[in-house]
Design a binder for this molecule. Structure first.
Ligand code: NAG
Ligand code: NAG
Ligand code: NAG
Ligand code: NAG
Ligand code: NAG
Ligand code: NAG
Ligand code: NAG
Ligand code: NAG
Ligand code: NAG
Ligand code: NAG
Length: 509
């Protein structure tokens, strides 16, 4: 077994992030004892998107085949399936919506696809309690060769604001060579950032420059999220030469056809660059598009949530299967994503082992601290056989050691209750009933949640079972948590301390 251990000190990484270390303030969060770093300017530049955006985007399932009917029927379906009230509130239209510019230079929507105009669509989506996302490219053309916004930023931003647009996905095609250094990309994307701000309308700015020129190093002052990899495709771990990079940092050619595992494994190096108001976007979700098994889709959803990626459903909601609705609807997983800690997960270790027919095989342990002092761990088995996987308390709380002289983290002497976050997954029968409108589940059932009625933060504070999952045991001080994890699956657990260091009676497993 070839092993490698990866870990990252939050403090050291954050110091790298800050423009000037003199501005970095450290304080101890009294509820957890965890050192935190406050970096002025590193939270939302425009006050928007303090937790990752959620919604739907048509690209993965429909590509250019977007129109008024699709957007409006999807929005209505999302309300009916309870997805809006789980937090999926942006309907984002992707490429291929315009036919060019008129003689005054304004973009003109395709009148066949949008017979009533886009303003009419945003009005109807707003009436459903949802928000509308627009698409363009920081180039002379979009990726589908429709007019891009380079040189027309102010005019385009003004038009979208007049239509009631709430969100912009801004691509990177046909950029006239204005890329290759962080400065070139920053300056190009900043023009649109300024133009959006000048409209006076709240518009979430979602940069889609594929991780080119290391946006996680500079984009948090001008955008609300930034793609960190080439485009996803619906594969769990198959390598593809068109997605040549295995690391995010310094990837000169991000490409496309990047698998779930390829994108996930680019995240650990940039873990500290995820923050409230700026999220590393791992790209739109493929769940429902047919290329992966149920357990692989569960890994995809879980690890995107765990890393505070935006959660944009990328499939046909009108034909969503009960199993896939159950994945998208797990409120215990969404609650991680929407936690106000707004952080990404640390990959504590990774062993390359037991490859499958793609030549890929590995197991890894990921951890993340929640705002209320809970810790979440993910045991990921991307190897080809079932594994008994082990997380020691020492690995889980490795980052809580005092810098300099080693001191055992106080967490090691506490007992932690363990809650399985997939244990309350909605059954296929329940999900089928939701889809056909015959569900009798209460909004307070263990598998259903309404975040419009009760925010995730309030729900967690109230120990809502739909968010907490099912208690499956506890870990004694300095103990080890072990779980059997099937091939291409993940076990994800919320750990909650029973309290201060005084040893307590260990709960029955
Ligand atoms: C933590 O507690 C100390 C005193 O117990 C207090 O002075 C300090 O302000 C607290 N810090 C925070 C961030 O609440
Ligand atoms: C709208 O788009 C959907 C999805 O691509 C397609 O099935 C439908 O036929 C289109 N409707 C119209 C009126 O073009
Ligand atoms: C969720 O709660 C809101 C506000 O209470 C309510 O309007 C909405 O209908 C609920 N949604 C579902 C799916 O029950
Ligand atoms: C161009 O489009 C803009 C925005 O829709 C509109 O206000 C303007 O009248 C149009 N100009 C012409 C010449 O059609
Ligand atoms: C514009 O940016 C400023 C900070 O630079 C921010 O305070 C303000 O809320 C922003 N306005 C909009 C509409 O984004
Ligand atoms: C992976 O596991 C499957 C059984 O689940 C087996 O058929 C296949 O041969 C294994 N692949 C490799 C490369 O060992
Ligand atoms: C986890 O621990 C058990 C018991 O010590 C051991 O049999 C198993 O191989 C370990 N799992 C891994 C992946 O090392
Ligand atoms: C709706 O779902 C329930 C539960 O699966 C099923 O019994 C019923 O036949 C379904 N009705 C329709 C119209 O599909
Ligand atoms: C669900 O729980 C909330 C908060 O505890 C409560 O206000 C609401 O009435 C409950 N809804 C139902 C249908 O029991
Ligand atoms: C939630 O559970 C914790 C212990 O796990 C307990 O200390 C707290 O009082 C509970 N909160 C509520 C509102 O029941």
């Amino acid at each position: 077994m070839v092993g490698a251990i990866f870990s990252q000190s939050l403090t050291a990484a954050a110091l790298l992030l800050g423009q000037a270390t003199a501005y970095n303030k450290r304080y101890i969060d009294n509820s957890t004892g965890t050192p935190q770093v406050v970096i002025p300017g590193a939270s939302s530049y425009n006050g928007l998107n303090l937790v990752p955006q959620m919604g739907w985007n048509n690209w993965n399932a429909f590509h250019c085949n977007v129109n008024e009917t699709l957007l409006l029927s999807t929005a209505q379906n999302m309300v009916d399936l309870g997805l809006r009230d789980l937090g999926y509130n942006y309907i984002v239209m992707d490429d291929c919506w315009s036919i060019g510019r008129n003689s005054s230079g304004y973009l003109v929507e395709n009148p066949v696809k949008f017979p009533n105009g886009i303003k009419d669509i945003t009005d109807k989506i707003h009436a459903l309690g949802m928000k509308f996302g627009m698409y363009s490219s920081a180039g002379v053309f979009t990726c589908g060769r429709y007019p891009g916004s380079l040189g027309f930023e102010t005019q385009d931003a003004d038009l979208w604001a007049s239509w009631g647009v709430d969100y912009l996905k801004y691509d990177n095609c046909f950029n006239q060579g204005q890329s290759g250094t962080p400065k070139l990309s920053f300056d190009r994307y900043n023009v649109m950032s300024k133009a959006l701000n000048a409209t006076g309308r709240d518009i979430v700015y979602s940069m889609c420059n594929w991780g080119n020129d290391d946006p996680y190093d500079w984009a948090y002052t001008i955008a609300n999220s930034g793609r960190m990899s080439g485009d996803i495709y619906d594969s769990f771990n198959r390598p593809d030469d068109r997605c040549p990079c295995t690391e995010a940092v310094g990837c000169a050619w991000p490409g496309f056809h990047c698998s779930v595992m390829n994108i996930l494994n680019k995240m650990p190096a940039i873990q500290s660059r995820t923050m409230s108001g700026y999220f590393n976007d791992m790209d739109m979700l493929e769940i429902g598009n047919g290329g992966q098994s149920d357990s692989e889709y569960v890994v995809h959803f879980t690890m995107w949530a765990m890393n505070s990626s935006p959660l944009l459903i990328g499939t046909n909601i009108g034909t969503l299967s009960p199993a896939n609705l159950a994945i998208y609807s797990n409120p215990a997983i969404i609650a991680l994503n929407q936690d106000k800690s707004a952080g990404a997960a640390v990959r504590k270790w990774r062993y390359v082992v037991d490859p499958d027919e793609t030549g890929q095989g590995e197991i890894s342990l990921w951890t993340r601290s929640m705002a209320n002092g809970d810790t979440v761990i993910a045991l990921l088995n991307a190897a080809n056989t079932t594994m008994m996987m082990n997380a020691t308390m020492n690995d889980i709380f490795f980052d809580q050691r005092t810098a300099g002289a080693y001191q055992a983290p106080p967490q090691l002497s506490q007992t932690w209750d363990v809650y399985d976050l997939w244990a309350n997954r909605m059954t296929e029968e329940e999900a089928a009933a939701v889809i056909n409108g015959t569900s009798t589940l209460s909004e307070n059932s263990t598998s259903r949640y309404n975040a419009t009625a009760t925010s995730y933060i309030e729900g967690i504070a109230a120990n809502n079972t739909a968010l907490m999952g099912v208690k499956v045991g506890s870990i004694a001080p300095s103990g080890t948590f072990s779980a059997e994890i099937a091939r291409h699956s993940v076990g994800i657990y919320r750990l909650r301390s029973q309290g201060k260091a005084s040893p307590r009676k260990r709960d029955e497993l």
